[in-house]
Write a protein that binds this ligand. Structure first.
Ligand SMILES: Cc1cc2nc3c(=O)[nH]c(=O)nc-3n(C[C@H](O)[C@H](O)[C@H](O)COP(=O)(O)OP(=O)(O)OC[C@H]3O[C@@H](n4cnc5c(N)ncnc54)[C@H](O)[C@@H]3O)c2cc1C
Length: 479
């Protein structure tokens, strides 16, 4: 039996330092550590890790190169498949994807695939003669004009694939800054210079970006603007609001508003939003249990809140957020209240929130999602003091399209209807993908959807009939 060494842990910023800055918590592997960790991989033939990656990243192939110290080759293999490995290596919940499927993980700790991918990318960026991540673009003979609506990972992956195939891509984004949700994911998870470098690469490939431009009439892009293909990548960015008594009190905001007001400058914010520079001395309560809740908790801690509490209605085992984020939030001093659901907000002065009224919950049998559903415990009401409440209950698709009858399912989910295998919608030439089709999901699944739509748009341009592209059963997937 092969002797398996323990997983190599990366350097982390110590907790007191972390709380004083927005730099990355994980500092990545040093060269020797990366090689030692790579050598733990047994390069198994079944490559279950690759099968569990939505992008089909050829993990054993590049780890084999890394084991031999062939960094350039490792990066080339990663880059052939993944449109944005610098970002995915930091953001993917690897424990649920590649690392969750790692054969070594059956008896030991899985190989740290995410950290190794990040090492290969960071090492490539740091080397003066590193591989240029910009893919070669095909000659523009016969090129077509295509549009992407939204600039999140779905549209960025779509734009990259279409530009690579030699087409002229224009991306329309309604916010003043590009990147979709990637733009307000906290810097301690994704440094903004990596997103900026990615956007600069797309610009070098010839992609044109328009910010502050909301598209509301898709057919006019095809008819008046002469685009021959359109990709809808509008995400699911409308915060779900719980509709509880007192919700309109001052000091209650959505997770999007909290993060955007923290990470955007005054000039970039909508008129009625003030930047948040700190929350010194304030008691912050975050409601919800997903990644966006943990991002708000950890951001509030870095903004010097007096205390940060996160309340979630299920228990820790049944929360949707990534385990590594919960671990980090606990280390950083968050007070996590499981099995706790808000029922009302109260104010001492009639204007600003002062308390959140909550009920204790217990778990019943599994619901449609397979998770055990929470039930309130009788007479368990209690109040938590709060000066700022952040609502992180998830997101819905916000449609602003005039011709939405073509695309949208009935409320409340309102996801865009597209063939899941091709991205084709009911309107000829129009594809869709990412969170707007699946409901809130992941960066890598959005990127996968952008690539799938691009592949099939190319087939459409090559003459594949529209009814073939839309033929597979059309479903709007669930969040
Ligand atoms: C706070 C937070 C943290 C997250 N953390 C992680 C994480 O760590 N790891 C992970 O994998 N996933 C994470 N996610 C989920 C991930 O960010 C999303 O799944 C992903 O961004 C979806 O990509 P998308 O391209 O479909 O949409 P989005 O990223 O939402 O981008 C859509 C863009 O379209 C624009 N738009 C909408 N309508 C129009 C219009 N009519 N005209 C022009 N532009 C329009 C929007 O302004 C937006 O910029 C997080 C999500 C949130 C909210």
């Amino acid at each position: 039996m092969r002797d398996v060494k323990p997983r190599v842990q990366p350097a982390l910023q110590p907790v007191p330092d972390r709380l004083r800055n927005f730099d990355e918590m994980i500092q990545g592997y040093a060269l020797e550590d990366a090689l030692e960790e790579a050598r733990r991989c047994i390069l198994c033939k079944s490559a279950r890790c690759q099968g569990a990656c939505p992008l089909g990243n050829r993990i054993p192939q590049w780890i084999a190169e890394l084991q031999q110290g062939r960094f350039e080759e490792a990066y080339r293999i990663i880059r052939e498949i993944s449109p944005m490995p610098e970002l995915c290596s930091r953001l993917c919940p690897q424990e649920r994807l590649c690392e969750g499927a790692c054969a070594l993980g059956i008896k030991h700790e899985p190989v740290a695939i995410g950290l190794l991918e990040r090492f290969v990318c960071d090492q490539n960026r740091a080397r003066p003669n590193g591989v240029d991540p910009t893919p070669a673009t095909a000659p523009m003979t016969g090129s077509k004009r295509v549009a992407a609506i939204g600039s999140g990972p779905a549209s960025l992956a779509f734009a990259q694939a279409m530009a690579r195939a030699g087409h002229r891509v224009t991306v329309f984004e309604r916010w003043p800054k590009l990147g979709g949700v990637l733009r307000w994911i906290p810097r301690f998870k994704l440094p903004s210079e990596l997103l900026d470098a990615h956007l600069a690469m797309l610009t070098r490939m010839g992609v044109t970006f328009y910010t502050n431009t909301e598209v509301s009439w898709i057919e006019s892009l095809l008819t008046d603007e002469d685009f021959e293909g359109v990709f809808i990548g509008i995400g699911a960015s409308r915060p779900s609001m719980p509709q509880l008594p007192g919700e309109s009190l001052k000091g209650i905001c959505s997770s999007t508003e909290f993060l955007v007001r923290t990470f955007y400058s005054r000039e970039e914010l909508p008129n009625d939003w003030e930047p948040i520079a700190d929350v010194i001395g304030r008691r912050v309560v975050v409601l919800g249990g997903g990644d966006s809740a943990m991002d708000c908790v950890r951001t509030a801690l870095r903004l010097n809140a007096a205390e940060v509490t996160c309340a979630y209605r299920r228990d820790e085992a049944n929360m949707p957020g990534s385990k590594k984020e919960v671990r980090a939030a606990k280390e950083e001093g968050a007070n996590l209240q499981w099995l706790t659901a808000p029922v009302a907000f109260h104010s001492d002065d009639g204007r600003s929130v002062s308390q959140v009224e909550c009920l204790r919950m217990e778990l019943g049998p599994p619901d449609a999602s397979g998770r055990r559903s929470p039930k309130p415990i009788l007479n368990s009401a209690f109040r938590m003091e709060a000066d700022l409440v952040v609502l992180a209950f998830g997101y819905e698709v916000e449609s602003v399209f005039d011709n939405e009858h073509f695309f949208l399912m009935a409320p409340p989910k309102g996801t865009v209807r597209a063939n899941p295998n091709t991205g084709a919608t009911a309107l000829r030439g129009v594809f869709a993908g990412g969170d707007c089709v699946t409901g809130p999901n992941l960066v890598c699944t959005a990127a996968r959807a952008g690539l799938t739509a691009a592949q099939h748009m190319l087939r459409y341009f090559a003459g594949e009939p529209w009814d073939v592209l839309t033929a597979a059963p059309v479903v709007g997937s669930q969040a």
